[in-house]
Design a protein around this ligand. Structure first.
Ligand SMILES: [Zn+2]
Ligand SMILES: [Zn+2]
Length: 166
């Protein structure tokens, strides 16, 4: 995902790109996806260039409650600043990138990799109403009820009952 200084100088307006994710190795959450569509604009600013737009990301996740696989899509809005000032770029922020005047092009691939991995949802549930698995028999309660459900109740409430004794 390279941008030429020439293109940046000219300015980009909602150009369509594909962000390749084939090099994102560590994570299985992207399995099945080779690239994500990205709409990108760029303009000159006093400190360098501002590159901004959206990328549509689809993750393949495993539900925390029922363990089924599901797809989850997010539209990520990004804003990246390219600056020739190394001190500015070194302030540790992910979206401030050093782009010295001597470079004719910049590879935004690694930056998008980081942005995409930051978007992986922390809590993964296939739907808000997912009933999960029966803690006793492992039955998927979204599809059918099982007979142990009423007997045992929710074990989490049992813990609370214990706590209330003190
Ligand atoms: Zn689920
Ligand atoms: Zn059960």
């Amino acid at each position: 995902m390279k941008l030429l200084r020439l293109e940046l100088n000219r300015g980009l307006h909602e150009e369509l790109f594909d962000i390749s994710v084939e090099n994102i190795s560590a994570d299985t959450v992207l399995s099945g996806h080779k690239s994500f569509p990205c709409t990108l604009s760029a303009q000159t600013v006093p400190t360098g260039f501002k590159v901004f737009g959206t990328v549509d990301i689809t993750f393949c996740l495993v539900c925390d409650r029922c363990l089924n696989q599901f797809n989850s899509s997010v539209t990520h809005h990004f804003e990246i600043w390219l600056t020739p000032d190394k001190d500015n770029a070194d302030n540790g922020s992910l979206d401030m990138i050093w782009f010295p005047d001597s470079m004719d092009e910049i590879d935004l691939g690694p930056i998008f990799h980081d942005l995409i991995l930051l978007e992986v949802p922390y809590s993964k549930t296939c739907s808000e109403s997912c009933k999960g698995l029966c803690p006793t028999c492992g039955n998927d309660l979204n599809h059918e009820r099982c007979s142990c459900e009423s007997k045992s109740g929710d074990p989490r409430w049992e813990v609370l009952k214990e706590l209330n004794k003190y």
